[in-house]
Design a protein around this ligand. Structure first.
Ligand code: THU
Length: 162
């Protein structure tokens, strides 16, 4: 039987993040609170992309009355990197969300990128030929650190197939 496993770090206290990671996480929360356009779901998502040169690029979900035309925070941030910092390499992406009336359990649940965003992150990983780390945030609980976003997309489809 073949088996797929990966390791990730659960950081229960934000004080245990590095200073750089803490800043990235804060910017993801700020993007969710201030930049999200989510009138339909009221689920506000923020992303913050850390480039190799230390620049942080935010993103937020942008919904549309025609629901499928909505775009997730992660892909908004990645597209911003492409046009504002062409060729820049990405070190990590923090993702956070804000939602009213969260249960205690939900407030401790981290947000994990949707399948389409995972595929987009895979494309950027392939383009830059180096892994992208993820910091997945819950509202008031832990942050998960995943060193290589590709771990979330095993058996992925990629350019090598074409
Ligand atoms: N959303 C994101 O922006 N990122 C994710 O990783 C998951 C979902 C957005 C899309 C939509 O605007 C709202 O959250 C509810 O699905």
């Amino acid at each position: 039987m073949a088996r797929f496993e990966f390791e990730y770090t659960v950081i229960d206290n934000k004080a245990d993040l590095s200073r750089e990671e803490r800043e990235l996480v804060e910017q993801a929360f700020d993007a969710a609170a201030q930049l999200s356009y989510a009138p339909y779901s009221s689920f506000k998502v923020g992303a913050a992309v850390l480039l190799e040169n230390g620049t942080i690029v935010p993103g937020s979900n942008q919904e549309n009355a025609a629901f499928p035309a909505s775009i997730c925070a992660e892909r908004v941030a990645l597209s911003a990197v492409s046009v504002l910092h062409p060729g820049a390499k990405i070190r990590s992406i923090a993702v956070a969300y804000q939602k009213d009336n969260l249960s205690e359990a939900m407030a401790h649940t981290v947000l994990s990128p949707c399948g389409t965003c995972r595929q987009s992150i895979a494309e950027y990983t392939a383009r830059q030929k180096q892994p992208i780390a993820l910091l997945l945030c819950s509202a008031t609980g832990p942050v998960y650190r995943i060193n290589n976003a590709m771990d979330l997309l095993p058996f992925s489809f990629g350019a090598e197939m074409l």
